[in-house]
Design a binder for this molecule. Structure first.
Ligand code: DX5
Ligand code: ZN
Length: 221
């Protein structure tokens, strides 16, 4: 069953020289924090790592949703947990069978999710949905913030929602990339219930107002 919309600001678009302030401002108004970890191999960019997560954990009580865009995320689950991660999501393109990495995440008491890149079909994740707390449909090619929403992923969100609901599962469906007031409504209508938003929140002059605008726009198709 689709849950109330939840907003997950991506700190990739925050001011890294003033990260604590940027997070504290939105903290009372958002549902979790999306943390993009990139290794320069799986994606052509390097973002942030475990010491940064440990630092912001000391300033925030939000759920930390860690999106692992790395080739060997399984090697870092324990340090991620120790640094304060609550949830990890790994790419199905890295783990065509994610059963073992899911088990490792459970051992660390981490919530677990699988991410699909735009060209990857729903069928790649279908056999593993039952082991997921969340399925993440990328609506941009991973690696960079500030890209445009790819409309052609909407049918994949719909398919995922139909499958989750008809199997009676409680998994969240997150959409990541290019979410703003003009795209969130369509993603919601397709069945997403967690919305990652980087540029449209931290790039806005007033990040708190931007979160409120996203919530309002989520019910407009
Ligand atoms: C892209 C990241 C996204 C990114 C979203 O690789 O996974 O989470 O931060 O940024 P916006 O909202 O700017 O598209
Ligand atoms: Zn992300």
């Amino acid at each position: 069953m689709i849950k109330a919309p939840r907003i997950a600001p991506s700190i990739l678009a925050a001011d890294f020289a003033d990260l604590g302030t940027d997070i504290a401002r939105v903290e009372p108004h958002v549902d979790m924090l999306h943390i993009d970890i990139m290794d320069g191999h799986f994606v052509p960019n390097i973002s942030l790592g475990i010491p940064v997560i440990a630092s912001i954990r000391r300033r925030s009580d939000l759920l930390f949703d860690c999106h692992l865009m790395t080739t060997n995320p399984d090697a870092y689950l324990e340090p991620l947990r120790e640094a304060g991660a609550d949830q990890v999501t790994v790419h199905i393109e890295v783990f065509p069978d994610p059963s073992s990495v899911a088990a490792l995440a459970r051992e660390q008491d981490l919530r677990f999710g699988i991410v699909l890149n735009p060209p990857t079909p729903f069928e790649a994740v279908e056999p593993f949905i039952e082991i997921c707390d969340m399925i993440v449909v990328m609506s941009v090619h991973p690696g960079f913030g500030g890209q445009s929403f790819i409309d052609s992923v909407l049918p994949k969100i719909e398919k995922t929602r139909k499958f989750v609901d008809s199997a009676g599962l409680a998994a969240d469906i997150e959409v990541d990339g290019g979410i703003d007031t003009s795209t969130i409504g369509a993603a919601r209508a397709a069945g997403a219930d967690v919305f990652v938003a980087g540029t449209s929140v931290f790039g806005a002059p007033d990040s708190v107002a931007a979160v409120a605008e996203l919530r309002a726009a989520s019910s407009r198709e």
